[in-house]
Design a binder for this molecule. Structure first.
Ligand code: ZN
Ligand code: ZN
Ligand code: ZN
Length: 223
């Protein structure tokens, strides 16, 4: 009997201590301050697109063409050619095991280089992807030069592209909105810089109303 009483006393004491602990820690966890502005993580504040070596809206051609402004050009004296020629050097393994060398001068810049079945590099003429320019319209900014995450602002601004989005369960998310269709809101979560889509139907009416102001969905895409 005495032992049982002791056990109950201990249990009650432990429960009281536990509750006190929970209350103290709950008080300690104040909500993180919500910023009104944040530097864009896509461009680190410059507002300029940095995708695929993008320069003024033009990205490096993804094909294996000889890039006009690319690395790898070397000055080299090759018999029968003027001294001021610059070259791209390719090495390949010949059938007898020796290393073969193939050089293309600056006059081949913009040409597509492919390997023949025996491994020897050959020019296929003007690159069909970039038409010899070495650059193509950047897919990331579609040639606009603007960082797609902040549309050139360099930062996320509350009410413009930065929102606290709340879902139907009441869970809040601090996120930069990168784009929107009738079905999906593409966001960049500030906490970990992850980009993902949220189904618009999961967001509460207040969040959708905020988005409607900054990112209106055109009637043709709303359906
Ligand atoms: Zn940006
Ligand atoms: Zn090309
Ligand atoms: Zn770009």
């Amino acid at each position: 009997m005495h032992f049982r009483f002791c056990l109950r006393l201990w249990a009650m004491t432990f429960a009281a201590l536990f509750l006190a602990f929970v209350r103290v820690t709950a008080n300690d966890v104040s909500p993180a301050p919500v910023p009104n502005e944040a530097v864009c993580v896509g461009c680190r504040g410059s507002g300029i697109c940095g995708g695929n070596g993008c320069k003024e809206g033009q990205a490096i051609c993804p094909a294996t063409c000889l890039k006009r402004d690319g690395p790898g050009w070397i000055k080299k004296k090759i018999d029968g050619y003027p001294d001021d020629y610059i070259w791209q050097e390719f090495k390949w393994k010949m059938e007898d095991g020796r290393t073969g060398y193939q050089w293309f001068s600056q006059h081949h810049a913009g040409e597509l280089i492919e390997l023949e079945p025996n491994g020897k590099p050959v020019s296929r003429g003007r690159c069909p992807t970039c038409e010899g320019d070495s650059r193509v319209t950047c897919k990331v900014c579609k040639g606009s030069t603007r960082c797609p995450a902040c549309v050139g602002l360099g930062k996320f601004i509350r009410g413009k592209n930065l929102f606290t989005l709340t879902d139907l369960q009441g869970r809040a998310l601090e996120a930069a909105v990168l784009g929107r269709t009738a079905e999906t809101v593409t966001v960049l979560r500030l906490a970990d810089e992850q980009v993902f889509g949220i189904p618009a139907k999961n967001l509460n009416a207040e969040s959708l109303a905020m988005l409607d102001k900054a990112f209106p969905v055109t009637p043709s895409t709303r359906q």
